[in-house]
Write a protein that binds this ligand. Sequence first.
Ligand SMILES: Nc1nc2c(ncn2[C@@H]2O[C@H](COP(=O)(O)OP(=O)(O)O)[C@@H](O)[C@H]2O)c(=O)[nH]1
Ligand SMILES: Nc1ncnc2c1ncn2[C@@H]1O[C@H](COP(=O)(O)OP(=O)(O)O)[C@@H](O)[C@H]1O
Length: 226
Amino acid sequence: MVLQRIFRTVIMGPPGSGKGTVSGRIVKRFGLTHLSSGDLLRANIKAQTELGLLMKSCIDQGQLVPDDVISRLILTEMRSIEQSSWLLDGFPRTVAQAETLDSVCSVDTVINIDVPFQTIKQRLTSRWLHLPSGRVYNIDFNPPKISGLDDVTGEPLIQRDDDTPETITRRLKSYEIQTQPVLEYYRSKGMLETFSGTETNKIWPHIQAFLSKKLFPQNETVVGKA
Ligand SMILES: Nc1nc2c(ncn2[C@@H]2O[C@H](COP(=O)(O)OP(=O)(O)O)[C@@H](O)[C@H]2O)c(=O)[nH]1
Ligand SMILES: Nc1ncnc2c1ncn2[C@@H]1O[C@H](COP(=O)(O)OP(=O)(O)O)[C@@H](O)[C@H]1O
C-alpha cells in the first residue's frame, strides 16, 4: 500500500497498554516507520554507550529519563528518516517533550490506548522481548512458537529489568503525573483519538479503521448511495 503523502502519528498509553504490540500491527498494515524511545534507550544500554550507561539506573528505577536527553535522541533518529511516514512510540511523555516535537514538525494525529492499570500489571510481569527488533511476546497472550526464542530470528528473548511489580507501580505513577497532561495537551488541540478496552485484539480493528480513513480517505465507502 503506497501512501500519497508523509504521515506522522504518535501512539500513547500507559506502560504495558499495548503500544509496541499495536505499533507492530500498524507497521505491517500501513508501512509506517516505527520509532520507539524505549527501544532506542535499550539499544544504547545493550551497546554500552555513555548515554545508555547513564540512563540505565533511571530506567530500572521506573523514572523518566531527562527531557533533553530523550529529545536529542529522538530528534536525531527522526532526522535520519525525514522523508518517511512514521509512528512515534513512547515520545512525548511530558508536556515539555510535546512542545519540543511541535517545534520541529507537525504531527497528523495522536492515538491514545486507554487500558485499566489493573489489566496492565498482570501483563507486564509476563512480557518477553526480542531486544534487537523490539518484538514483544507474552506467555499468556502471544507466546513465542518456541519458548524463550524469537519467532523470526530464533534468537533468545529477555525479560526487561524494569518489568518488576515495584517498578511497574512507579512507572504507572509517573505516567499519571507526567504523561497524562500530554493527553490533555493534544486533546485541547483536537488531535487526540482515544481507544479504550482491555484486549488489544478488540481495540486493534478500531485503530485500523481509524488509520485507514485518515490515510486513504478516497477509499471510504459512501453509505446510503446506490
Ligand atoms: N493478556 C494480554 N496481553 C497483551 C495484550 N496486548 C498486549 N499484551 C502483552 O502485554 C505486554 C505489554 O504490551 P506492549 O505492546 O509491550 O505494551 P507497551 O509497553 O505499551 O509498548 C506484552 O507482553 C504484550 O505481549 C492483550 O490484549 N492481552
Ligand atoms: N519519552 C521518554 N521520556 C523519558 N523517559 C523515557 C521516554 N521513553 C522511554 N523512557 C524511559 O524508558 C523506559 C522504557 O520505555 P518504554 O519501552 O516506552 O516502556 P513502557 O513499556 O513503559 O511504555 C521508561 O520507563 C523511561 O524510563
